[in-house]
Write a protein that binds this ligand. Structure first.
Ligand code: NAP
Length: 257
């Protein structure tokens, strides 16, 4: 799967899944805009992309801020030459405390980054994509969107909204040759999940064993699925959400003993 001549913007690509996605798309030939709220982290990823022989710019921007998103996409177009691919990966998680004790401000912040951030980036990149009648967008949701994972009163519905936003944009932009799809990662070892597991007192070994494929996801699992969805091989696929979860969502079994 080659992406030669394509320009991609990945949000939250300073670390975790987004960073591996950036390196995977660069290895396939894409030039990259690496976004993060942490500029040093974004610059580190951009350096790794450049070491692979691709162009990369690092842009500090909060995806929930329309002015910063506008400036980031404008820079991508001006400095790299366009925006053929957008991966909305930036995300934060809520506190994991009982809903009755949860902070309203945190709920707003999770929705601001995940839902508003995905909308703002799609909206701005979509302006270029509609005009040029081409584009591939991948939104990162979560298996949480299809479950009652608790207590997560912000993260779960925010990730559900990302799935729904994917549906409506896929329909609206299909006539312009733009594919809008979604990936729902299962539990994956990254700084975000390790911290969340720790706070929840979850046993990582047991979480892995509870996945039919017997292990947690690694960032490369998500990056490979993303590569497929931004490549020409997925040209007739739009509006879908692809779980990349080792079978976790479909896992049900009868209790024994
Ligand atoms: P991560 O390690 O925390 O990486 C997320 C990156 O996004 C961080 O670099 C973070 O910056 C950045 N970010 C946070 N808020 C931002 C904002 N407003 N604007 C721009 N960047 C921002 O998380 P991850 O585990 O790689 O997760 C990546 C995506 O996959 C998220 O959308 C997450 O919800 C989803 N996902 C992850 C899992 C999992 O198990 N890991 C499972 C399902 C879905 P800071 O470092 O400064 O916070």
């Amino acid at each position: 799967m080659r992406l030669d001549g394509k320009i991609a913007l990945i949000t939250g690509a300073g670390r975790g899944i987004g960073r591996t996605m950036a390196l995977t798309l660069a290895n396939a030939g894409a030039d990259l805009c690496i976004n993060d709220v942490n500029l040093d982290a974004a610059e580190e990823t951009a350096e790794e992309v450049r070491a692979l022989g691709r162009k990369a710019i690092a842009v500090k921007a909060d995806v929930g801020d329309p002015g910063e998103v506008d400036a980031m996409v404008t820079r991508t177009i001006e400095q790299l030459g366009g925006i053929h691919i957008l991966v909305n990966n930036a995300g934060i998680i809520d506190q994991g405390v009982p809903t009755t004790e949860s902070a309203i401000e945190k709920w707003d912040e999770v929705f601001r980054v995940i839902v508003r951030g995905t909308y703002l980036c799609c909206r701005r990149a979509g302006q270029w994509m509609v005009e040029h009648r081409t584009g591939k967008i991948v939104n990162i949701s979560s298996v949480a969107a299809f479950t009652g994972l608790a207590p997560r009163p912000a993260y779960v519905p925010a990730k559900g909204a990302v799935v729904d936003l994917t549906h409506t944009l896929a329909v609206e932009w299909a006539p312009y040759g733009i594919n809008v799809n979604c990936i729902a990662p299962g539990f994956c070892l990254t700084p975000m999940s390790i911290e969340a597991f720790k706070r929840a007192g979850a046993d990582l070994d047991k979480v892995g064993k509870n996945v039919p494929m017997g292990r947690l996801a690694v960032p490369q699992d998500l990056a490979d699925a993303t590569l497929f969805l931004v490549s020409d091989l997925s040209d007739y696929i739009t509006g879908v959400t692809l779980p990349v979860d080792g079978g976790w969502l479909v896992y049900r079994t009868l209790p024994r003993g």
